[in-house]
Design a protein around this ligand. Structure first.
Ligand code: KG4
Ligand code: ZN
Length: 337
């Protein structure tokens, strides 16, 4: 089945999102309702609040995306919904809504793996997308993983974080520094005026499993540095801490992605997920890739953080291969990722 109009729905974390995609490429409507203001009060996502807010937002968000596309639900050929991984209570809201809507209107339903959706986000509104095979780095609040992407659906996991995700490290370091949630955007802003060499924070290289990551040692080192200075009554140079921390994260992400590209003999890399909107990562990854003779791709800024256009796109490719899910589907995605 090659669906013309796919409605994408995303509720894996704290964004309620819906998008309408035509012919697997044109975004006719895309709406994202963020809960960041609510969760920032708590310094992180409160899962119970997240799922309740999804319940309130899901219907208006889907309606707005359809209105933006100037379409009604009857015009939709298929519904694609994030089926995991993510917060279970949040996923259940999107999946239940999608199941009910698809069942009531007789539409095809497809479940999408959230990480696969991030990997494919680099194809959205991109006139010169990456060529297969490429090494894909997904770097977000929940994931830091490297993949060998052979086609839209043939995706092999090469390695992943053993502890914190890179975005999670940004969020935790921000908390230690008394900065708001989410930490990534605020740390990168402060880092602009900081000294990257002021603190020598550790980089976990993990030579035995070079495609794996670890950020917990880095996070702990930053926390200890900050606490030591506070203990001694010293003023914490927040901008320098941010710059030195960000440099350590960016360094290791670049080093491992380029090493994976060399190991697997690909000429193309793509970086996606919330942390891919980090300007320092974008600039340095592009430069270092170019020096190594690699083509480097990032999604547009708006498609780095969670959105439903990437879910609709991944769904479109799964549907084209004849895949679908039924009303008994649960939120534990069993797609091979
Ligand atoms: O992809 P995303 O919206 O949600 C997940 O699937 O996790 O990513 C959110 C994460 C948060 O941890 C946030 O701090 C991080 O992405 N982030 C950034 C930046 N913008 C968002 N990290 C570093 N620099 C940024 N500019
Ligand atoms: Zn995400």
């Amino acid at each position: 089945m090659e669906p013309r109009i796919v409605l994408g729905i995303e509720t894996s974390c704290d964004e309620t999102a819906a998008a309408v995609l035509e012919n697997g490429k044109d975004i006719l409507g895309s709406v994202i309702a963020s809960q960041i203001d609510i969760h920032s009060e708590y310094g992180g996502i409160v899962p119970e609040i997240a799922s309740r807010k999804h319940v309130e937002a899901i219907h208006p968000v889907v309606q707005s995306a359809l209105a933006e596309a100037d379409l009604g639900f009857h015009d939709v050929d298929a519904v694609a919904v994030t089926q995991g991984p993510g917060l279970v209570g949040s996923l259940v809201v999107g999946l239940s809504f999608a199941k009910a809507a698809a069942l009531a209107a007789g539409k095809v339903l497809i479940g999408v793996n959230h990480v696969q959706a991030h990997l494919l986000s680099v194809f959205l509104e991109n006139a010169a997308p990456p060529e297969f095979p490429f090494v894909g780095l997904v770097v977000s609040g929940g994931h830091t993983s490297l993949y060998l992407v052979r086609s839209f659906l043939n995706i092999e996991l090469l390695g992943q974080t053993r502890d914190d995700a890179a975005g999670e490290a940004f969020d935790k370091v921000a908390k230690v520094l008394g900065l708001p949630y989410p930490g990534g955007p605020v740390i990168s802003k402060l880092a602009e005026n900081g000294d990257i060499r002021r603190f020598k924070f550790p980089r976990a290289r993990l030579p035995e499993t070079p495609c794996d990551f670890s950020f917990s040692g880095l996070k702990t080192a930053v926390m200890q540095q900050v606490r030591n200075m506070e203990h001694k009554g010293q003023i914490v140079p927040v901008e320098d801490v941010c710059a030195s921390f960000q440099e350590a994260v960016v360094d290791i992400l670049i080093e491992k992605t380029l090493a994976a590209a060399a190991e697997y003999g690909v000429s193309c890399i793509a970086v996606s997920g919330g942390v891919a909107s980090n300007m320092c990562l974008r600039r340095d990854m592009l430069n270092r890739a170019q020096e190594s003779g690699l083509k480097c791709h990032f999604p547009k800024q708006e498609f780095c953080t969670d959105n439903a256009a990437m879910v609709a796109l991944a769904g479109y490719h799964l549907l084209k291969e004849g895949m679908s899910i039924g009303p008994d589907a649960d939120v534990y995605s069993r797609l091979p990722l």
